[in-house]
Design a protein around this ligand. Structure first.
Ligand SMILES: Nc1ncnc2c1ncn2[C@@H]1O[C@H](COP(=O)(O)OP(=O)(O)OP(=O)(O)O)[C@@H](O)[C@H]1O
Ligand SMILES: [Mg+2]
Length: 583
């Protein structure tokens, strides 16, 4: 059934259905294209009449020459004008559709359940929105546009031929299947080469971006020459393939098509000879020769766009599958939380499409404004537990209450405004510091500056060339790991969340930054419920409660003193770290 829904034909139908709300614009475009084609193909008829006149009267009349020139010029102008209008109008239509599609996809991307990113990298979503829509844009701008143009041209020429002389038209229409056969053969040979060209182009792009990204490493290891050699090899193979395509086109396709046209013309003339009673005016013959030449082109153009069409179908399939994928469902309760109380009751959890329970029978009560530390070996389920509290996943069994309400009754807005996480590596945007904190939320500048101060970022601000207004590098590459985390904290401090989760960075933070974070945490503790996922146990000694996880189960809980006295897993972990320190 899945396959059926995304068959090529269904995808084309779905792509075309985007026109349904723009029917009038589409009809208007079609009218423009018909007008442009009619004006375009009238020239040979006028020329034929002129020739006819000369033959009949055996003289050149000045007046008719002037008239011919005027007619010709007017027709050319009209044809160009209609064509121009058509192109403009149609391009706007396609751009509108693509914009709508992109906005739609962006909305869906922002509502994706977190579990989606367990299976596919974020970059694949970016590729969909950027590259795939670009290829679909070609469907509207190139394929549909040129199909309409060429189909109209073909139909009008053939109709005109039948009106002029139906017997000759009948013979001429034999050309259509022959051209189709020739083009199919041509495509059979050229397709693999086109594919090679595409591959080498993308290889070229990849290599260039690899070089730019890794320029420091390349220089360090003295590999410049090697990379230039690689680029040259790709370029050379691209050149050879392009030459091959030109050869196939120039030596095979064009001569063959011209040969066919000539054969058909000769057979028309031969038939005229065989049936002397069939008198055909020389002017009609002239028009026919003209039209016959033009009859090939539309078919060739349409057929040659097959590769673009295939590409667009593949991209559309990816886009439609993405659009049809389920989005994260949240509850309807939009009221803000009154407290940061959390209760986990008999919670079991396994990740989608996996068998093993990662969390088993978790029962935890976290009072409002308390500070809880989650500790445990790597892989024990600490981050998983925090993901559940954030509402990124739904529990497999059991229930989580936030502020005494089941978590799945809370709306997305409530969850995001009330529960925040300080990420291990926050994303830094290519914007100034203020905007990096506000993230387009409507927050007063004063509040942001105070949050920056509270986040111990004063020193950084003093060192930046333009203070608060300094633009931070892409991915924050001019910031240290510790500074990035402090920015992540400032972002959260401006919004006063009821619950704050802090997934402590393991090794990549220096002791100075760590002290700063400690300071901030102790100031937040009075205002919010704080959950610290700690690796360095020395940082959480004063937590209200320490919860020790092991293989997804809560094995110990209590204050630092209590757990030390117990001499269990926590005691072992703590003394191991202390011993390491004193070494
Ligand atoms: N998205 C996922 N899909 C499937 N399994 C996952 C996923 N994320 C984590 N796991 C598995 O769940 C288990 C718990 O992982 P989790 O990240 O919660 O551990 P952790 O306690 O935070 O570890 P660390 O201290 O290293 O951060 C691990 O066995 C991990 O392999
Ligand atoms: Mg973790």
């Amino acid at each position: 059934m899945e396959e059926n829904k995304y068959s090529s034909w269904k995808i084309i139908k779905r792509l075309l259905s985007y026109y349904s709300e723009k029917k009038f614009s589409l009809i208007f475009s079609c009218m423009l294209i018909v007008l442009s084609t009619i004006t375009e193909i009238s020239s040979p008829i006028i020329l034929s009449n002129f020739i006819n006149n000369i033959i009949n009267n055996n003289t050149f009349k000045k007046k008719s020459i002037i008239l011919l020139i005027i007619y010709f010029t007017i027709l050319q102008i009209l044809s160009s004008l209609f064509n121009y209008l058509y192109n403009i109008y149609f391009s706007k239509l396609s751009t509108d559709i693509i914009t709508e599609l992109r906005v739609n996809m962006m909305k869906i991307a922002l509502q994706q359940p977190m579990k989606i990113f367990d299976k596919k990298p974020i970059s694949s979503v970016v590729t969909k929105i950027v590259n795939d829509t670009e290829s679909v844009k070609e469907f509207y701008e190139v394929i549909v546009s040129s199909f309409l143009k060429n189909f109209t041209l073909f139909t009008i020429i053939l109709t005109a031929m039948f009106i002029l002389e139906w017997r000759m038209a009948l013979i001429s229409s034999i050309i259509t299947p022959i051209i189709i056969i020739i083009i199919t053969i041509h495509q059979y040979y050229s397709k693999p080469i086109i594919k090679k060209i595409k591959n080498s182009s993308s290889k070229f792009n990849n290599t260039i971006s690899e070089i730019i990204k890794g320029i420091t490493i390349i220089q360090q290891f003295n590999q410049e020459k090697n990379f230039i050699k690689q680029i040259n090899i790709i370029n050379q193979s691209n050149y050879i393939n392009k030459m091959n395509i030109l050869k196939i086109d120039g030596l095979l396709l064009r001569p063959l098509l011209n040969l066919i046209s000539s054969i058909i013309l000769s057979s028309i003339i031969l038939i005229l000879h065989l049936f002397p009673t069939l008198i055909i005016k020389i002017s009609i013959l002239h028009t026919f020769i003209n039209y016959l030449r033009n009859l090939n082109e539309p078919i060739i153009t349409i057929a040659n766009q097959q590769t673009i069409l295939q590409q667009a179908i593949v991209s559309s399939e990816r886009i439609f599958k993405f659009i049809d994928s389920p989005i994260q469902i949240y509850g309807n309760d939009t009221s803000l939380l009154n407290s940061g109380q959390i209760k986990l009751h008999n919670v079991f959890f396994k990740y989608p499409k996996t068998k093993k329970n990662i969390l088993k029978n978790i029962n935890i009560n976290i009072p409002d404004k308390s500070c809880i530390a989650l500790v445990g070996k790597t892989g024990s389920g600490k981050t998983t537990l925090s993901n559940l509290i954030l509402g990124h996943y739904t529990v497999t069994q059991g229930i989580i209450y936030i502020d005494k309400k089941p978590i799945n009754s809370l709306s997305h807005k409530t969850l995001r405004q009330s529960i925040a996480i300080v990420q291990q590596e926050p994303t830094i945007l290519y914007r100034n510091l203020i905007k990096n904190i506000s993230l387009d939320r409507k927050i007063e500048k004063k509040k942001i500056i105070s949050a920056l101060k509270k986040s111990q970022l004063k020193e950084l601000i003093n060192n930046l060339p333009d203070g608060y207004m300094s633009i931070l590098g892409q991915q924050g590459n001019n910031l240290s790991q510790g500074e990035k985390q402090l920015i992540g904290i400032a972002r959260i401090l401006v919004s006063n969340p009821k619950i704050l989760i802090f997934d402590e960075a393991t090794a990549n933070i220096d002791s100075e930054s760590e002290q700063k974070i400690q300071k901030i945490l102790s100031s937040i503790r009075k205002k919010s419920t704080v959950i610290i996922i700690a690796h360095r146990l020395s940082t959480i000694i004063d937590a209200d409660m320490i919860i020790v996880l092991d293989k997804g189960k809560v094995v110990e809980r209590g204050s630092h003193e209590k757990l030390i006295k117990k001499k269990g897993l926590y005691y072992l972990m703590y003394s191991y770290q202390e011993n390491k320190k004193s070494l």
